[in-house]
Design a protein around this ligand. Structure first.
Ligand SMILES: CC(C)(COP(=O)(O)OP(=O)(O)OC[C@H]1O[C@@H](n2cnc3c(N)ncnc32)[C@H](O)[C@@H]1OP(=O)(O)O)[C@@H](O)C(=O)NCCC(=O)NCCS
Length: 222
């Protein structure tokens, strides 16, 4: 049963802030404003809770517009300067290109895609690739407005669960360090989730970023 305060706030909203009555001990009484405000806050928290109920599932072709929206909103052009920039060639930045590259049910090339969904909308995307006894997280993005709400963590935990089911020994990934030695901002996220730096390297990808850039390789044993 919803609490009285919840019903009160609900009625308060529905009646567009008209004078409010409160049914208490079988009597109709005026509600003190503070009490009504408390009920309203409770309702808002409840709406927020519902909004933050996130499920992670395999992506489908229908998710393509949502995936592109997430990919385009997770970082800004300015942030990525020196860290690899926006890859304008990536099919993940254009719904038409992504639908051409899409292999049903949820693949793009060797990558398998999973999405986080909240309130019916795609709010996060993760791409993984099987590599022998390891599972590589190739990419992960959470829509900017939904970051720091535990969605990235849910996506990573989902991939770790999948890796265990597939009998993998570890989950691996790479992030970057710019020429000035500054790591990409996601490094604390990975460390908070138990990923350790194994080594740093120069490779074809870092050379495409520019001289001095490094890939930071990370790993979590399962
Ligand atoms: C990195 C990213 C996927 C994290 O997703 P998220 O939903 O924002 O992260 P979560 O809320 O699940 O964070 C889990 C924990 O990681 C840590 N964390 C996350 N982002 C952090 C940050 N920027 N700085 C420090 N710690 C951070 C915190 O401990 C956090 O727990 P807390 O919020 O209770 O403190 C998301 O910020 C993103 O899309 N960034 C842009 C794309 C990107 O960088 N991808 C990774 C490429 S390697």
């Amino acid at each position: 049963m919803p609490s009285t305060a919840f019903l009160t706030a609900f009625i308060g909203l529905r009646s567009s802030l008209r004078p409010i009555a409160f049914y208490h001990d079988n009597r109709l009484e005026p509600i003190p404003f503070a009490k009504w405000l408390c009920g309203l806050r409770h309702l808002m928290n409840k709406m927020h809770d519902n909004d933050s109920t996130t499920i992670v599932r395999a992506a489908t072709r229908e998710d393509i517009p949502g995936i592109v929206t997430v990919m385009k909103s997770s970082v800004t052009e300015e942030e990525v300067v020196g860290f690899g920039g926006m890859n304008s060639e990536s099919p993940f930045r254009d719904a038409m290109a992504l639908s051409v590259a899409w292999l049903d049910p949820n693949r793009v090339g060797p990558e398998e895609l999973f999405v986080a969904q909240a309130s019916g909308r795609v709010v996060g995307v993760v791409a993984m690739e099987e590599r022998d006894l390891e599972l590589e997280i190739v990419d992960i993005d959470v829509a900017r407005a939904h970051q720091r709400k535990g969605i990235g963590k849910s996506l990573v935990q989902f991939i770790e669960g999948r890796a265990r089911v597939l009998g993998k020994r570890a989950v691996t990934l790479g992030t970057s360090r710019n020429a000035e030695g500054v790591p990409w901002k996601s490094l604390p996220f990975w460390q908070a989730l138990g990923y350790a730096i194994t080594h740093e390297e120069e490779n074809a990808w870092t050379l495409s970023i520019g001289p001095g850039a490094r890939e930071i390789r990370m790993r979590k044993e399962l």
